[in-house]
Ligand binder design. Structure first.
Ligand SMILES: O=P(O)(O)OC[C@H]1O[C@H](OP(=O)(O)OP(=O)(O)O)[C@H](O)[C@@H]1O
Ligand SMILES: Nc1nc2[nH]cnc2c(=O)[nH]1
Ligand SMILES: [Mg+2]
Length: 181
């Protein structure tokens, strides 16, 4: 079973779902009077699971868009360069963007994407990240809605992968050292 590979559970399914509801309520409250269209932009693939839960906790007419960005290759450390493998489908000029991400670690991915979005002149951009690892930050990123701060450990589950596996775990944890061997 997949759980046999997990050394420690950091956030249970229940804890994650409670946080998602709280973030959804906060976003709903903050955008309830917005005049412009709201675009929820998910950064695939890591944000996929959090995204689909969070949008269902937002009680407003939002639109979906996705980007695919990758800076980690297949390992556990950032390559430092961000590749956009899929761009936005829509012109976001004058729209509200809520960028939805699983984790801000070094900040490399998001600092790059936030600059990229600003060039497209949206009405506003806010970032919602489930996890933040502040001790690892090399590029500054302001997180408007942050789920949890986490220590410097490589986490898997709820969208977060190791070598593309473990994204479908409904909880977040760390792997046993022998899994990396
Ligand atoms: O703050 P950073 O150090 O840039 O790390 C955070 C990024 O790394 C992971 O994505 P990854 O590039 O591994 O691709 P994935 O989303 O497809 O897993 C994660 O989903 C974030 O997007
Ligand atoms: N799976 C996973 N991907 C990451 N990308 C940046 N930090 C992490 C992490 O802790 N786990
Ligand atoms: Mg990602």
């Amino acid at each position: 079973m997949m759980k046999d590979d997990i050394a420690k559970v950091y956030f249970t399914e229940e804890e994650l779902q409670a946080k998602v509801r709280e973030l959804g309520r906060q976003i709903t409250e903050d955008y309830k009077d917005a005049k412009e269209d709201i675009y929820c932009v998910g950064i695939l693939k890591g944000a996929s699971v959090f995204y689909t839960d969070l949008v269902r906790a937002i009680d407003l007419p939002v639109r979906f868009d996705f980007m695919i960005a990758s800076s980690y290759g297949s390992g556990t450390s950032t390559t430092g360069s961000v590749k956009i493998l899929k761009d936005l489908d829509y012109d976001i000029e004058g729209k509200h963007l809520i960028v939805i991400e699983d984790i801000i670690d070094s900040g490399t991915t998001m600092s790059y994407l936030l600059k990229y979005f600003e060039h497209r002149k949206p009405a506003s951009v806010k970032l919602c990240a489930l996890l933040s690892k502040p001790s690892r930050r090399t590029a500054e990123v302001a997180i408007d809605y942050c789920g949890f701060e986490v220590p410097d450990e490589f986490l898997v589950g709820y969208g977060l992968d190791y070598a593309e596996i473990y994204r479908n775990l409904p909880y977040i944890g760390v792997l046993k050292p022998e899994v990396y061997a």
